[in-house]
Design a binder for this molecule. Structure first.
Ligand SMILES: NC(=O)c1ccc[n+]([C@@H]2O[C@H](COP(=O)([O-])OP(=O)(O)OC[C@H]3O[C@@H](n4cnc5c(N)ncnc54)[C@H](OP(=O)(O)O)[C@@H]3O)[C@@H](O)[C@H]2O)c1
Length: 361
């Protein structure tokens, strides 16, 4: 633990050693420092490791009751852990009066837990009967700011989305599996035999349903009724919650692609009235958390390689649908570790810290 600082609420980061946790520690060093003590927590495997946060060497604590000692009202605990860990430990934190910000799927469907993307529904943070605020899945998060801005102007009536998901969304295990598979296929006579990729990768495809190197995999999550995947249903439900459109028709296809970091989505959004592409571009340009990159004639459009390592969602390829003047089609990319997880969680935590600062005046 760092030496106690005199002012500001305490922040605890559970899952500080993971893919999202590592990025969150970097983000904390880059943003205005609103925090007093920062404590880092992970599994017993990581206890005693020393990580840098705000340029201070900070020892990682094992996740036990003791790790939360001294935390109370006004303090914030961010969970960047598997859902089962968040579900088990969040109530331990809220019993102390501290607020939980959870980035796992544990509470995203709980009607008593607000699901928040600050650019769209920051107000929802304040109503949290369980003392928990959730951040959305990284696919939902990638499109939320752009979609929220367009909805505010035009009124969204229907949504169809396909994701092109990075391997890193499956944590360290996902990016390590892709790197391993890429090194295995690199030595083969690629392209000469259609079966090369499967043969080179073998049976161990990591967290993916098929080899991901030099491939695309139209599957993410568990099988649900009607052939939908749990991930597709989650993106649908979360988008409805964040936009406060309970009955919005939403169709989602989730696809894994061999990208390490950076989700991409094709979005078809239908609105109440006819839309104009130039006006829609202006809305996206002005939208908080969105950068418009839309000049195909100059070869300028968003790609995950450009979005990775950056905060905003990058939007481009804005077109009015050929057969429907009320529908817009666009492409959006965002860093799944930043806007998709660590940045969104940090923004929520800062909103909560701000509330307590206001009451302390
Ligand atoms: N990766 C993304 O793009 C992304 C995006 C949105 C949401 N999320 C969600 O964010 C959460 C973290 O994802 P991640 O990608 O960072 O996963 P990860 O790389 O696998 O890291 C998991 C973290 O949780 C800790 N942990 C695991 N089991 C634990 C236990 N029993 N007790 C205490 N700590 C435990 C790990 O600690 P050790 O290092 O000690 O094992 C590590 O710090 C997940 O719920 C994920 O679904 C991820």
């Amino acid at each position: 633990m760092t030496a106690p600082r005199s002012s500001g609420p305490a922040l605890a980061v559970v899952g500080a050693t993971g893919a999202v946790g590592t990025v969150l520690l970097q983000i904390l060093s880059q943003r205005a420092d609103v925090w007093g003590d920062i404590r880092l927590i992970a599994s017993a495997r990581s206890a005693g490791r020393v990580l840098a946060v705000r340029a201070e060497a900070t020892e990682v604590l094992a996740l036990t009751e003791d790790a939360f000692h001294g935390l109370g009202p006004g303090d914030v605990v961010v969970f960047l852990t598997p859902a089962a860990v968040s579900a088990r430990w969040a109530p331990v934190v809220t019993a102390r009066g501290a607020v939980v910000v959870d980035q796992s799927a544990a509470f995203r469907a709980d009607p008593e837990v607000p699901l928040v993307v600050p650019e769209v529904n920051a107000h929802a943070v304040r109503i949290r009967p369980r003392g928990i605020v959730a951040g959305p899945d990284c696919v939902t998060a990638a499109m939320s700011a752009a979609l929220g801005a367009l909805h505010a102007e035009y009124g969204l009536t229907e949504l169809a989305v396909s994701s092109y998901q990075a391997a890193g969304a499956a944590g360290r295990a996902g990016s390590e599996a892709l790197r391993r598979q890429l090194s295995l296929v690199a030595g083969t006579s690629l392209g000469e035999h259609p079966g090369d990729v499967r043969r080179a990768v073998g049976e161990d495809t990591g967290p993916f349903a098929a080899p991901l190197a030099l491939n695309v995999v139209p599957w993410s999550g568990e099988l649900c009724e009607g052939g939908w995947s749990s991930h597709e249903l989650a993106v649908r439900a979360e988008t409805r919650r964040i936009l406060d459109l309970e009955r919005l028709p939403v169709s989602v296809t989730c696809v894994q692609v061999p990208v390490v970091t950076g989700h991409s989505l094709t979005v078809r959004a239908r609105f109440e009235n006819p839309v104009d592409a130039a006006h829609a571009r202006k809305i996206l340009e002005a939208a908080p958390g969105v950068v418009l990159v839309d000049d195909p004639a100059a070869g300028e459009f968003p790609t995950p390689a450009d979005a990775a390592g950056t905060d905003p969602a990058w939007a481009g390829r804005v077109r009015v649908s050929l057969d429907d003047p009320r529908a817009l089609e666009f492409f959006v990319c965002a860093d799944n570790l930043r806007k998709g997880a660590a940045l969104n969680a940090t923004q929520i935590a800062e909103l909560i810290a701000g509330e307590f600062a206001y009451f302390a005046l």
